[in-house]
Design a protein around this ligand. Structure first.
Ligand SMILES: Nc1ncnc2c1ncn2[C@@H]1O[C@H](COP(=O)(O)OP(=O)(O)O)[C@@H](O)[C@H]1O
Ligand SMILES: [Mg+2]
Length: 372
């Protein structure tokens, strides 16, 4: 087995998740993980840029270079923490900060992540694999979600004797995405908002980054008419393949719906956003797998007790559990996926996600950046 490092800045832009894995064609092990917070000023710039392209080409280039250094620093911090010799790392898979995701734009289908891989390769003196989405988009796919390929691989190695496709894996990051294989064929899509709406609302009302443990949401009452107004958004009934981003689900989205309502207590709005998130995941589970009996959760949403409770209530008969229960830290699943994608890229293999993204064929994902 050989070691690969994965780095990920998700749509929450809360920090850089780093994971070191060892893998071969059949197995994968997590050797260590680390999350490095992003400086608030950098986070604010990423969010402003990714929501409404507030800024300029100068801002894009600055973030690209600054994040390149932050990503390389996070890799070094992880290797110091384990500790692990950098020379033994075969390659680093990097998913930088998404500043634009418009895979279905008629004239300019694309998805851009910032964090210059050249800077990372130079600082770490290791090969870097980056730009994982655009080959899939060039082949007619959404370029997202990609991690279902890794969820599927991980689940089967964690459950070697299980054959039935009654389980799903759900990543609840800024956005949420589901992975299922009901008849053996891999499927997955973004179910809609993960933590993004609850984060945006508590930030606007209390200046906090997130609703720790979902305590604020749990203190409110769900407002049925507001929930049903949220649920009417066309994203939820669109057929897959589909993927979304902060350009669509953000504070402006909440405010546009609230404007059509009488005023509500802010904690009730938070409770309703929590209910919406649980509902959107639950309806995706039910659409993917008839008789689903296990929902494995990764991503930061697993730490939101109110959300986990709401999801369990909406999925009777299903065990809702953290991937930690099956041996993989929920905060390291997505970063591990990009380490594994780097492994596949160096082998010249495709992650085989066309059935998820809607691409016309399976393509090899990512470009390789060699250190000088
Ligand atoms: N203790 C916690 N309580 C509630 N929510 C949490 C907690 N820890 C993390 N989160 C949520 O998880 C989010 C980050 O999840 P993450 O998987 O890193 O998303 P992304 O991939 O979009 O960066 C935070 O923005 C927050 O909403
Ligand atoms: Mg994150």
């Amino acid at each position: 087995m050989a070691a690969y490092l994965g780095l990920m800045i998700g749509s929450s832009a809360d920090g850089i998740d780093a994971a070191l894995i060892e893998c071969d064609s059949k197995h994968c092990t997590l050797l260590g993980e680390h999350t490095q917070a992003l400086e608030p000023s950098i986070r604010e710039k990423i969010l402003a840029f990714s929501i409404n392209q507030e800024g300029s080409i100068q801002m894009q280039c600055t973030l690209d270079a600054v994040l390149g250094r932050c990503l390389a620093d996070a890799a070094e911090a992880l290797l110091d923490k384990i500790p692990y010799p950098i020379e033994t790392v075969q390659a680093v898979g990097v998913h930088g900060a998404t500043c634009l995701h418009q895979p279905t734009d008629a004239t300019a289908p694309t998805s851009i992540q910032l964090g210059d891989p050249n800077i990372i390769a130079a600082q770490l003196n290791r090969p870097v694999v980056s730009d994982f989405r655009r080959a899939d988009i060039a082949s007619g796919g959404q370029g997202a979600p990609l991690t279902p390929a890794f969820h599927h691989f991980w689940w089967h190695q964690s459950h070697p004797s299980a054959s039935a496709g009654k389980a799903v894996v759900v990543n609840i990051g800024g956005m949420a995405n589901i992975t299922a294989w009901p008849d053996g064929q891999l499927m997955g899509f973004d179910t809609g908002p993960g933590n993004v709406l609850m984060d945006a609302w508590i930030q606007s009302q209390q200046g906090l980054m997130y609703d720790a443990d979902g305590v604020w949401a749990a203190s409110g009452q769900v407002i049925p008419e507001l929930l049903s107004c949220f649920q009417k958004d066309s994203y939820f009934s669109e057929p897959w393949p589909k993927s979304t981003s902060r350009q669509y689900f953000n504070l402006g989205w909440i405010q546009a719906h609230l404007n059509a309502q009488t005023s509500h207590a802010p904690e009730d709005v938070q409770a309703t956003l929590c209910a919406l998130t649980a509902w959107s995941v639950a309806q995706a589970v039910q659409a993917c797998v008839v008789g689903c009996d296990q929902i494995w959760i990764c991503g930061g949403g697993v730490h939101n007790a109110a959300l986990m409770q709401a999801l369990s209530e909406r999925c009777p008969g299903c065990a809702v559990a953290s991937t930690a229960k099956a041996g993989w830290s929920p905060d390291a699943v997505e970063s591990s996926a990009f380490a594994w994608f780097a492994y596949l890229r160096l082998k010249g293999q495709s992650a085989r996600v066309a059935s998820v993204t809607g691409a016309q064929r399976h393509v090899v994902l990512g470009g390789i950046y060699q250190p000088a």
